[in-house]
Design a protein around this ligand. Structure first.
Ligand SMILES: Cc1cc2nc3c(=O)[nH]c(=O)nc-3n(C[C@H](O)[C@H](O)[C@H](O)COP(=O)(O)OP(=O)(O)OC[C@H]3O[C@@H](n4cnc5c(N)ncnc54)[C@H](O)[C@@H]3O)c2cc1C
Length: 304
């Protein structure tokens, strides 16, 4: 993560900036580019539009770092409702979940029970659950909960972050479990003792992990990146792969590229966030692409 990216993360974490973004029309307009809407219905509607363009979907109820039991239970209820809507509306979608939204920061057992419940509800809906990877304080607990749930239900997947020093070992550890593994660069600010710091190093680590993942026959690789270099390397490795894999990108980011890969016949899944707790998600998207911050500042000043 570059010094500039860190500066954007620090600036957007300050509460006056949060107020400016969440309480102005320009801020909401910016959020609308990356978030489907506030409700489950809005998420389902966006998924339906994407499915019509041959794009698969992963629905993400926004929210993280929930520190009260009731909030964690509400999030699990809303995910169950989302899975029921996926089934009743005939949508091609799975769900992506964050364990701190389901209670991991309060009580690991609470998150574990929620994952168990959601894996069952997903099986009833004929779909799968992907566990997002959050900051490194939660990596080991997230992997442990995944291992247990995947061994029991078999319909889960997990994200692994190329930036973390531990990830090559985690990949070896998780390959025998099957399921799907989403490879990402990593969206959290981490110290050098925990993670690679430069984009160059992270891309090189991503390519090494990608090569192992695309050769693994029992897992479904989910290559989650907008980076043209990494997409090209994936397409190259895909020529030698007979088993399925998929690309994944975020809602609102490179939609033309999403359609291009789908038109080539590849499975392309769009990560569709919905819900009212969109601010932390948006700050990560701003840090990745500062051009979006300029767009926001210009519209705040009334210029296009
Ligand atoms: C589906 C999905 C799920 C994710 N889940 C997680 C998770 O669980 N945990 C986690 O830590 N992180 C997650 N991430 C975020 C990830 O870690 C990265 O922070 C994020 O994807 C940005 O990295 P990138 O590989 O897309 O490349 P970037 O470094 O953002 O971009 C590389 C290049 O891609 C091109 N590009 C990017 N955006 C655009 C654009 N808007 N228009 C045109 N070109 C563009 C540019 O050429 C740019 O230089 C997820 C990402 C995706 C796509």
């Amino acid at each position: 993560m570059s010094a500039f990216t860190r500066a954007v993360v620090a600036a957007t974490a300050a509460s006056p900036v949060e107020k400016l973004i969440t309480e102005t029309r320009a801020g909401r307009a910016l959020a609308e580019r990356f978030v489907a809407g506030d409700t489950v219905e809005a998420g389902i509607e966006a998924a339906r539009r994407l499915n019509a363009q041959r794009l698969l979907v992963s629905l993400d109820l926004l929210g993280e770092e929930v520190h009260d039991r009731a909030g964690a239970e509400r999030a699990a209820d809303e995910y169950v409702a989302t899975l029921q809507a996926i089934a009743s509306e005939g949508i091609s979608a799975n769900i992506s979940i964050k364990l701190t939204q389901l209670g991991l920061a309060i009580e690991p057992d609470l998150a574990e029970a929620a994952v168990d419940r959601l894996a069952r509800a997903a099986a009833d809906a004929g779909t799968t659950v992907t566990i997002d990877m959050e900051g490194s304080a939660y990596t080991e607990a997230t992997i442990r909960i995944y291992e247990k749930a995947q061994a029991q239900h078999g319909n889960l997947g997990i994200a692994l972050q190329a930036a973390l020093h531990r990830t090559p070992d985690d990949l070896e550890r998780l390959l025998p479990l099957g399921g799907h593994i989403r490879l990402v660069k990593g969206a959290y600010v981490e110290p050098p003792s925990v993670a690679l710091q430069t984009d160059r190093e992270i891309v090189a680590a991503f390519v090494r992990l990608l090569t192992v993942l695309m050769q693994a026959s029992d897992v479904r690789p989910a290559i989650a990146t907008h980076d043209p270099t990494l997409i090209a390397v994936t397409l190259d490795l895909a020529r030698k792969r007979r088993e399925p894999f998929e690309f994944q990108m975020l809602y609102g980011v490179r939609p033309d590229e999403q359609r291009r890969l789908a038109m080539m016949g590849h499975d392309m899944r769009v990560y569709v966030p919905f819900g009212s707790a969109w601010y932390p998600y948006l700050t990560r998207r701003l840090a990745e692409r500062p051009a979006n911050l300029w767009f926001f500042l210009r519209s705040l000043l009334g210029r296009r």
